[in-house]
Design a protein around this ligand. Structure first.
Ligand SMILES: [Zn+2]
Length: 73
């Protein structure tokens, strides 16, 4: 399967976190921000806000500069 970026977005605990490895339902993993998370596969989970720390780390992994509005905060 084509993998454009070396991480996955995982909704957990009210935020969308990013992980280096794909997590199955009920599996505990560590997000890029350092939080221990278990994936939430409910429909609304994908509408949660993105974890700021994971977003920064994911941009670094992908080699994509952060938009200035994130860098300033
Ligand atoms: Zn996070």
């Amino acid at each position: 399967m084509f993998q454009p970026h070396p991480f996955h977005w995982v909704p957990a605990g009210g935020q969308r976190h990013a992980t280096r490895t794909r997590l199955e339902s009920g599996e505990v993993g560590t997000a890029l921000c350092g939080e221990s998370i278990t994936p939430d596969r409910s429909e609304i989970a994908w509408f949660w806000a993105t974890c700021g720390s994971c977003n920064v780390a994911a941009h670094e992994l992908a080699g994509v500069p952060m938009p200035s509005r994130w860098a300033e905060s």
